[in-house]
Ligand binder design. Structure first.
Ligand SMILES: Cc1cc2nc3c(=O)[nH]c(=O)nc-3n(C[C@H](O)[C@H](O)[C@H](O)COP(=O)(O)OP(=O)(O)OC[C@H]3O[C@@H](n4cnc5c(N)ncnc54)[C@H](O)[C@@H]3O)c2cc1C
Length: 445
């Protein structure tokens, strides 16, 4: 098998040395790690096709890997899969007239932003992992991020894809037509398929107008429930592009880890970060109409905006310094989000008294990144089960934007009916009859 793979991609692109593969075996959270592995790095779609055909013939499982920033245990080969790394699938071509960009699956989102900006345009998806996560990975996970409120999630940006099925056949629909109702829409199906249906090799993305002047505010509010109400009203502000939240414990941790100063003179029960088109004056006026705002810090120059964003964006890395993190990325309806934020800490404390709960996220979409640290391994499953069932009981989704992967596979039925899961199984086996593409993710083998 290894000889065959070396023949396809070249011997230097089949990695087996422990030093060379180490970074591909451990995920960003440190919670999921494989002991050994093989990494194959094809240079183009033809090589991806040949690798998959060889693996299908041998019955060898394959795990596509982009930037390895995924947070649901699906980006590393926990079951001995061969890692198909997309880092050599390059290419960035902007079509200025169509307002689109054709990208190799291995390009980072940071590189996509730079290419779009050089043509006076922008890409609508942005997330803190932008300099590592890839086009292929963000499509495969249907990544959300900081601008969903304005531009929608990654699926909404995808106009066409090129992808390889497990038998090596290549699906390519990259013509760039935005009105094209010829049969099933495969890009929608592959967005969010988490590497289980096909390997994405190239993607045509829609670009959006470059943002004009904007202002950012960090607002202090009395409680998480007040933040939910204000976030709901903030959606009505003309030109609003982001509504994020965090809590005092997370803010204190970010400040401790990063050395940032105080954002507001006094502590508040919850914080909202708003970004709105226009000047600081316009944002001040908009904030006056929001219920429950106690204080605000506002900036409309680039360094000032970045300084305010840092309080929100540096949460993930700061929490990671507290050891192994249980990451339960969930969505609540706005009607029950306040109840979730209020009740969750005591629910967790009731199960694991020493655990710490860190909550932040994209609140205007109901998204709550639920991070829990200090949980002994023996209590992890019980805790995850309790929190995810609570989310489902409150009418929420157990997988907001990170996907199901392996970490939430067991709870897929909390969000999907048996009939839907059976339809998923039929789609999986129709596209991957050999069952070699990431067989342990989402549905399981
Ligand atoms: C600091 C930080 C902040 C983050 N913020 C956000 C956020 O705001 N919003 C959000 O949605 N996510 C966020 N994430 C999670 C992560 O960045 C996203 O899930 C991202 O889309 C993963 O992309 P990747 O290239 O790293 O994929 P990987 O981690 O390599 O893989 C993720 C999944 O996609 C599959 N896959 C990868 N490439 C391909 C391909 N070419 N074809 C088919 N399948 C493929 C893999 O098999 C795996 O199942 C964050 C992560 C970090 C570390």
């Amino acid at each position: 098998m290894l000889d065959e793979l070396r023949g396809i991609v070249g011997p230097e692109h089949v990695l087996t040395e422990p030093d060379l593969v180490a970074g591909h075996l451990r995920d960003w959270t440190g919670r999921f790690a494989a002991e050994a592995g093989v990494v194959v790095r094809p240079a183009d779609t033809g090589q991806v096709s040949a690798v998959l055909a060889a693996c299908a013939a041998a019955g060898t499982a394959v795990l596509p890997q982009g930037g390895n920033t995924g947070l649901v245990g699906a980006s590393v080969p926990l079951h001995g899969e061969i890692v198909l790394h997309t880092g050599r699938l390059h290419g960035l071509e902007v079509d200025e007239v169509a307002g689109q960009l054709l990208a190799g699956a291995g390009e980072t989102i940071g590189a996509v932003h730079a290419a779009a900006a050089s043509a006076g345009l922008a890409y609508g998806v942005d997330l803190a992992s932008r300099d590592s996560c890839t086009v292929g990975g963000t499509v495969a996970t249907n990544a959300g991020g900081l601008r969903v409120l304005r531009h929608g999630d990654t699926r909404r940006q995808v106009i066409g894809v090129e992808a390889v099925l497990s038998d090596g056949s290549v699906l390519s629909h990259l013509g760039g037509l935005t009105r094209d109702n010829t049969g099933y829409h495969l890009p929608s199906l592959l967005a969010g398929s988490e590497g289980t249906l096909a390997v994405l090799t190239r993607v045509r993305l829609r670009l959006v107008p470059a943002p004009g002047p904007s202002a950012v505010a960090v607002l202090g509010l009395a409680s998480p429930a007040d933040a939910v109400v204000a976030a709901g009203f903030a959606r009505r502000i003309a030109g609003v592009s982001a509504v994020e939240f965090f809590l005092p414990a997370g803010l204190a941790l970010v400040r401790e880890v990063t050395g940032l100063g105080a954002v507001l003179p006094e502590e508040h029960g919850a914080y909202l970060l708003l970004e709105v088109d226009g000047s600081a004056e316009a944002l001040v006026q908009a904030c006056e109409d929001l219920p429950g705002v106690q204080d605000a810090a506002i900036a409309d120059d680039a360094p000032g905006r970045a300084a305010l964003w840092a309080y929100r964006e540096r949460h993930t890395e700061s929490i990671a310094t507290r050891g192994s993190v249980i990451k339960l990325d969930v969505t609540l309806p706005m009607a029950t989000a306040g109840e979730y934020l209020d009740r969750l800490p005591s629910v967790v404390a009731g199960l694991v008294p020493d655990a710490r709960v860190w909550l932040f996220g994209h609140l205007a979409d109901g998204n709550v990144h639920t991070n829990i640290t200090g949980v002994p391994a023996a209590d992890t499953h019980r805790l995850e089960d309790t929190v995810l069932r609570m989310v489902a009981d409150l009418g929420g989704s157990i997988a907001s934007e990170h996907g199901i992967g392996l970490a939430k596979r067991e709870w897929l039925g909390l969000g999907r009916s048996e009939a839907e899961i059976e339809a998923f199984r039929r789609i999986k086996w129709a596209l991957d009859p050999a069952g070699i593409l990431h067989p342990h993710a989402v549905l399981g083998p």
